[in-house]
Design a protein around this ligand. Structure first.
Ligand code: HEM
Ligand code: 2DC
Length: 469
């Protein structure tokens, strides 16, 4: 028989002491490295208790497979305490991100049809393509303006705007104009609020929701302000679309946005639509932009690989005669590049599920209702899973014998990332256009590390150069 739960290695008997050590090691911004070193120390499974939260952590793709195959119809992940606390404090309804049980499932099924299903995803291509084309135009203008033959900058702010412009175009069917010289200060406030919201989440990650309000620390107040700004701005965008419908300013001919479809279908109560659309708007900023920044850095560091992907893109362009939908079907290496970028630089440090029945992991019996985390960052850098993990090599995804539960960057199953198809298309189109028009370069071999700000982000600014071909 399998070994008992009590024998899983790790330090899980002293939750508050662990939290103290964690804090002393600068753990709030270092979760990913602490996890990687725990796998080094304890092996492929360990138990941990931080504050009141207990978890079992795994790194092996086969264990991830066991976990996800037993997840059932209503999978649940760790629900981020400060996010729950904010909504309870302000009496805001939960969207799919925080809902559970049947309420989650029925919202999610309705949303899937408008956000994730192959039928609608095709209609996102022209919307997202337009935004990428505008980015290229802006980059060309910046090259002109510089008086040199290139544009060198820390692109993070440009990419935040690009990402928000992209997600809003598919959500609302409207352009915000963030790739112009004048940027609406309210839109900029939204971007800053999302970054602040993530940043203030990590120090409160292991504090139970009920405690947070009562402690009333500066971090909590900043967090509340950040969410307030997010909800206010999203609400304005939502009201705009709502008004257009009442005034019958929108036609059903073209794709008029996810929100429009949800509203006219009338399958979800308005409050639930608003809650999930707000989550998508906020979820669409830092995730894709940081991934694109990492992708450009990796491509700049590997000019040979960059050249091969460019060749693939240019060939696809010629064959498809500019038809982007066709092109997207023949850019295997570019798609692998995004997977490879997310292997080394995942947005989510872990995936988590609460078990609903007993599962056997590494020959230990894990009881129901246990929080199990898949160490995504650690897995991506584990030489047992990815040979020579430090090498950025997109081709590994085309050669790998078995990809079984190795490409988990967007999660898995019915609870996987709702924005996955938007994110993938947005990133594919962006990189396609950049590679068609510019060489991506980086000056010095500056080592950029990773920081945990709830999502994983670069620990210092990344300077890149775009040079017209
Ligand atoms: C959930 C990753 C972009 C909205 C998730 C999860 C991951 C993830 C790992 C948890 C999945 C699971 O538990 O199995 C990413 C990555 C992105 C990205 C790597 C881009 C590089 C986006 C975008 C949106 C979005 C652009 C909005 C359009 C959401 C939402 C959930 C989610 C709403 C919760 C879904 C639910 O609980 O039903 N994402 N995400 N994400 N993501 Fe993303
Ligand atoms: C953070 O220990 C670390 O996609 C915790 O677009 C476990 C955990 C739980 C949920 C994860 C979170 C981590 C990272 C950020 C994720 C989130 C689920 C969705 C969210 C991965 C790994 C994200 C970024 C969403 C955010 C939408 C939000 C802004 C409304």
């Amino acid at each position: 028989g399998a070994r008992p739960f009590d024998q899983v290695p790790g330090e899980w008997r002293t939750g508050w002491l662990n939290l103290y050590h964690f804090w002393k090691e600068g753990g709030f911004h270092n979760v990913h490295n602490i996890m990687a070193s725990k796998f080094q120390r304890f092996g492929p499974i360990y138990r941990e208790k931080l504050g009141v939260y207990e978890s079992v952590n795994i790194i092996n793709p086969r264990d991830a497979a066991t976990l996800f195959k037993s997840e059932g119809m209503l999978p649940e992940r760790f629900s981020v305490p400060p996010w729950v606390a904010y909504r309870d404090y302000r009496n805001k309804p939960y969207g799919v991100l925080l809902k559970t049980g049947e309420a989650w499932r029925s919202d999610r099924l309705t949303l899937n049809k408008e956000v994730l299903s192959p039928q609608v995803v095709g209609s996102f291509v022209p919307l997202l393509n337009q935004v990428s084309e505008d980015f290229v135009r802006r980059a060309q203008a910046q090259v002109q303006k510089s008086g040199r033959e290139h544009w060198t900058a820390d692109f993070s702010h440009e990419l935040f705007r690009f990402a928000l412009e992209s997600v809003c175009h598919v959500l609302y069917g409207e352009r915000l104009g963030l790739l112009q010289d004048f940027v609406d200060p309210e839109a900029q406030q939204f971007i800053d609020a999302v970054t602040l919201m993530f940043h203030t989440t990590s120090p409160m990650l292991y504090v139970p929701p009920a405690l947070l309000r009562h402690l009333n620390t500066k971090t909590w107040r900043d967090h509340v302000h950040a969410w307030d700004a997010i909800f206010t701005q999203a609400d304005k965008c939502i009201q705009n679309v709502y008004r257009d419908i009442r005034l019958q300013r929108k036609s059903t001919e073209e794709h008029t946005g996810i929100l429009f479809s949800l509203l006219v279908q009338d399958k979800l109560p308005l409050d639930d639509i608003k809650a999930s659309v707000t989550e998508m708007m906020a979820g669409g900023v830092d995730t894709t932009s940081m991934t694109l920044q990492w992708a450009m850095l990796e491509l700049a560091r590997s000019p040979g690989i960059q050249e091969r992907i460019r060749a693939e893109v240019l060939a696809a362009k010629q064959e498809a005669q500019g038809d982007r939908v066709k092109m997207l079907k023949s850019i295997r290496l570019l798609k692998a590049t995004i997977k490879e970028t997310l292997r080394l630089h995942p947005v989510a440090v872990t995936l988590q599920r609460y078990t609903t029945q007993e599962v056997i992991l590494q020959d230990y019996r894990i009881p129901p209702k246990t929080l199990v985390q898949v160490g995504l960052y650690a897995m991506g850098r584990d030489p047992e899973v990815f040979p020579k993990p430090e090498q950025f090599n997109p081709e590994r995804w085309l050669m790998m014998g078995s990809k079984h539960f190795k490409g988990l960057s967007f999660g898995f199953g019915p609870r996987q990332c709702l924005g996955r198809r938007i994110a993938e298309l947005e990133m594919q189109l962006f990189l396609m256009h950049i590679l068609e028009n510019f060489k991506i370069e980086t000056k010095r071999a500056v080592e950029v590390g990773t920081k945990f700000d709830l999502i994983l982000v670069p620990d210092k600014p990344i300077y890149l150069t775009l040079r017209p071909l």
